[in-house]
Write a protein that binds this ligand. Structure first.
Ligand code: RB5
Length: 147
């Protein structure tokens, strides 16, 4: 899969670790985050990665900031994006199986690198289950259509 990875200044090291891990798992990783520790604005990076996923230029995305929250809120403003903050591998699996999340987010100040890798692996190995979950995902899309 082609996976975009975006981050702010709080997550530069973890981004590099996760990028290497994604490649180890056999995927293509595209860096859309900052490589600098200078304070920056996470919405710019979240939006860039989200637009790439929404446009079909990538299969999914990984977002990392201090908490994972700010960058996911920004990404979720892009039409078609379902970005989910995950702090554990079970949630990471379920956001794919049930919510068809096309981006996951986590916090470099919240999870350690081993947990972050387990989150990424669980998410990338999971498949959307469809059925009743498709109905619910469609209803989320309808909310978007009406705004
Ligand atoms: C940056 O200090 C921090 O606010 C950001 O990385 C993130 O945690 C926001 O949600």
């Amino acid at each position: 899969m082609k996976i975009v990875i975006a981050n702010d200044h709080a997550a530069v090291e973890l981004k590099h670790e996760i990028t290497a891990y994604v490649r180890e798992l056999g995927h293509e990783a595209v860096n859309m985050g900052t490589d600098s520790h200078e304070s920056c604005n996470y919405p710019e990076y979240g939006e860039k990665a989200a637009r790439a996923v929404a446009a079909g230029e990538a299969d999914c995305g990984i977002l990392i900031c201090g908490t994972g929250v700010g960058i996911s809120i920004a990404a979720n403003k892009v039409k078609g994006i379902r970005a989910a903050v995950c702090s554990d591998p079970v949630t990471a699996r379920l956001v794919k199986e049930h919510n068809n999340a096309n981006m996951i987010a986590f916090g470099a100040r919240i999870v350690g690198s081993e947990t972050a890798k387990a989150i990424v692996e669980a998410y990338l190995n999971a498949r959307f289950l469809g059925g009743r979950h498709q109905t619910r995902v469609d209803l989320i899309g309808k909310i978007e259509e009406n705004r």
